[in-house]
Ligand binder design. Structure first.
Ligand code: EPS
Length: 401
């Protein structure tokens, strides 16, 4: 089982995560972790915070001489901005001498769409900062670091993961399922929105510019694709073992994600079965596939019955616009209960490309967990040998007919 927890506030000292269940003997590439963290920080529409941070994770445990030991891996990502927030975010009962930054007043006007009101009611906070610091999407940096480890484990069994943005506001790709993994792999990490169509990407940029000028924000949707996923991950035999359910939970836990699609997603509700289900045809001996058959379409997104079927896994996420508006919506000041514009915090105009990178991380973590469940092993060698044996057995089963 691969699992993790995170801790840390957006303007606290650092983000921390403990990753449990990484088998022994995985060579950890920290440059690859840094590259994933950098991808999450990018994208057109990000706010000023990203100019302050240059996220890097360091390991406190579970790795020795560059390789995992099988023990829990603790990672630390310092917040550079902490030096500007010490007077507001200090841990001690009294403000320590020499604290940096300024003493900020309490946040009392909840932003519609953020966790502000629900969190203040639930935990009894008078200063909404105690809610927003933890509810902030800053936490997703820790998830991306965990996801980078999960990807490295998955690479040992040849799985690759990528993503693309297919909608920002009214600008949208007509058929995201037509986009191949090769096209996604070719997208540059430093591109503005990670959309495969340059003309539509320009329309997306214009949507973001219009929102920024109006003091507004913009949401959108993205798709994560996992390539060369072994067949047989997940199970149909019990509700909580279905991989589509596990992926949906992981994706929905990303801040601002309001819907998740697998393959054709919500469109399956409006098309007949003959246009949705992916036919099964014999594969040709010169191009053997992992399960001995060919699927001319992949509307199912690589999952049938909650089990991977050997096709690319395709999961889409639908993100609402960021809740902090520079032209704020109406709200209520919780100290006076009088109507008042919602609080304004520094924020992004659009963070859909960042959410796509977080989506990749969450898919990687769920797949690594499901792969460990199926192939097992305390060491990476055991894990890889079990995967090879299963793959060879499946291929032999169909080749002998
Ligand atoms: C984020 C860090 C935050 C925001 C954003 C995501 O930094 P700050 O609040 O200091 O500007 O930019 O968080 C939100 C949009 C939100 O609503 O919480 C990050 O690291 O991704």
């Amino acid at each position: 089982m691969l699992r993790f927890l995170t801790a840390g506030e957006s303007h606290g000292q650092a983000l921390v995560t403990i990753v449990d269940g990484v088998p022994a003997g995985l060579t950890i590439d920290f440059d690859a972790v840094t590259a994933q963290l950098r991808r999450r920080q990018g994208g057109y529409g990000r706010g000023r915070r990203m100019a302050i941070e240059s996220d890097r994770a360091s390991a406190l445990s579970g790795i020795r001489h560059g390789r995992s030991t099988g023990a829990p891996i603790a990672l630390l990502i310092p917040n550079k901005d902490w030096s500007n927030w010490q007077k507001t975010m200090y841990v001690e009962p009294e403000q320590p001498e020499g604290s940096g930054g300024v003493d900020r007043p309490a946040v009392t006007r909840p932003r519609p769409g953020h966790a502000d009101l629900a969190g203040a009611v639930k935990y009894g906070h008078d200063d909404i900062r105690d809610v927003l610091e933890r509810a902030s999407a800053r936490e997703t940096a820790a998830r991306v670091a965990v996801g980078a480890l999960a990807r490295q484990l998955l690479a040992c069994i040849e799985v690759e993961i990528g993503s693309h943005v297919f909608t920002i506001g009214a600008a949208s790709l007509p058929d995201p399922l037509a986009i191949t993994f090769d096209l996604i792999r070719a997208l540059p990490d430093d591109g503005p929105l990670h959309c495969v169509d340059a003309a539509i990407e320009q329309q997306m940029i214009a949507e973001i510019d219009r929102a920024r000028e109006a003091g507004d924000t913009m949401g959108g949707s993205f798709e994560v694709i996992a390539h060369r996923v072994p067949p047989g991950l997940g199970s149909y035999v019990q509700w909580d073992r279905k991989l589509d359910g596990r992926l949906a939970q992981a994706m929905m836990s990303i801040p601002a994600i309001k819907a998740v699609g697998i393959g054709r997603g919500p469109a399956v509700a409006s098309l007949p079965g003959s246009r949705i289900h992916d036919e099964i045809l014999p594969s040709v001996p010169s191009h053997p596939t992992s399960v001995g058959v060919v699927r001319p379409t992949n509307n199912a997104g690589g999952l049938e019955g909650g089990v991977t079927n050997g096709e690319d896994l395709r999961v889409s996420g639908y993100m609402k616009p960021i809740a902090t508006l520079m032209k704020p919506l109406r709200s209520v000041d919780l100290t006076t209960m009088a109507e008042s514009p919602a609080a304004i915090e520094r924020s992004d105009v659009c963070a859909v490309p960042a959410a796509a990178v977080v989506g990749e991380a969450m898919v990687a973590i769920v797949l690594a967990d499901a792969a460990m469940e199926k192939f097992g092993g305390d060491t990476v060698d055991e894990f890889v040998r079990s995967w090879q044996a299963t793959r060879d057995k499946t291929l032999a089963r169909f080749q002998s007919r």
